[in-house]
Design a protein around this ligand. Structure first.
Ligand SMILES: [Zn+2]
Length: 134
């Protein structure tokens, strides 16, 4: 599906700014707001920071993007909309781990520890790595 159709299928108007931000996300896969702003300013210098925030919020609300907090506490936007896990490398890159068995294992191990009347909403494991000492 092309960018325009994906945005429309989410119930949003495919404005030039929305298309540009979605294209940046398709290219980068995982991106902080600072990186997104820096990249869109190269193409569209007039776009405001608040517009970028609004677009990213609408993308997350409609399921086009997800977001998570990295090891440094920074919000990272993610092009993969379904539940998955991450390895955050020493270079600050993210590797997607799409492993339903891992999620199922975690669910089984913690199901009895949940507060009464609550259920698991989302499981996201984040493994950080560092360069091995030589
Ligand atoms: Zn991801």
């Amino acid at each position: 599906m092309h960018i325009r159709e994906k945005i429309k299928a989410a119930g949003l108007k495919a404005t030039p700014q929305r298309r540009a931000i979605y294209e940046i996300m398709q290219d980068a896969c995982h991106c902080s707001i600072d990186e997104i702003i820096a990249r869109i300013k190269e193409e569209q210098p007039d776009v405001t920071v608040s517009t970028v925030y609004r677009i990213l919020d609408s993308f997350c609300e409609t399921g086009l993007l997800t977001k998570f907090v990295n090891a440094e506490g920074k919000t990272i936007f993610d092009i993969t909309p379904h539940e998955h896990h991450h390895i955050q490398t020493a270079d600050n890159e993210f590797i997607d781990i799409d492993d339903k068995q891992l999620s199922t294992l975690i669910k089984r191990r913690i199901i009895n520890k949940l507060p009464e009347g609550e259920e698991i909403d989302n499981i996201q494991i984040q493994v950080t790595t560092k360069v091995k000492p030589t």
